[in-house]
Design a binder for this molecule. Structure first.
Ligand SMILES: [Zn+2]
Length: 193
């Protein structure tokens, strides 16, 4: 737990939210991992798409950052029960309008057609955002219950009561705080004052 957060977070259960978790502005800046085009290439390989992209350029990174901001803000709007602002709908829509990754079967395994580009991969991410935000699945969108943690996830548990981004991280922090509070309370009530 000493190395929190790891370089890339894959805990949201959703490709588009995993992209959001690579950083951003304000409260998301501490998660920033996309400092340059090679970082985006690494993320595309590490994420569930696992797509090798030969060359990521600066404009690809800029699009990824815009898409990421739109996903954060769109998700926040949904969590508040508000309509998603037009600007974010347009950003996500324009990335999704580009051709997405083309799957191919290689010896019984799904791969991506040779020469896949970052733009195609980002289109796949944007389409995932539309699939999530535009369906009943958005009702399962949650924010971590730790007030200091802005991470998001899709609650796939059957009862729909997942509360933490990670049990090992925020869930445990909560448990420890509660324990300490209880201990302090019992100590002060036991002291003769
Ligand atoms: Zn958390």
């Amino acid at each position: 737990m000493s190395t929190w957060p790891p370089r890339f977070l894959f805990l949201s259960g959703r490709l588009c939210l995993d992209l959001a978790h690579t950083g951003g502005e304000g409260q998301y800046a501490k998660f920033e991992r996309l400092h340059g085009p090679p970082d985006l290439a690494d993320w595309l390989m590490a994420c569930e798409l696992a797509v090798p992209v030969a060359r990521v350029r600066r404009p690809d990174l800029r699009i990824a950052l815009e898409l990421r901001a739109a996903i954060w803000k769109g998700a926040r709007a949904i969590l508040k029960g508000a309509a998603m602002p037009r600007a974010f709908v347009d950003t996500i829509g324009s990335v999704a309008a580009q051709p997405d990754l083309v799957p191919v079967l290689v010896r019984g395994t799904r791969r991506w057609s040779p020469g896949s580009t970052a733009r195609q991969a980002l289109s796949s991410v944007a389409r995932d955002a539309i699939a999530l935000f535009g369906s009943d699945e958005r009702k399962r969108l949650r924010e971590c219950r730790n007030p200091k943690c802005p991470l998001l996830f899709v609650d796939l548990s059957r009862p729909g009561r997942r509360a933490w981004c990670t049990m090992r991280r925020c869930g445990n922090l909560e448990k420890t705080t509660r324990y300490r509070r209880r201990r302090r309370a019992s100590r002060s009530s036991a002291s003769p004052e």
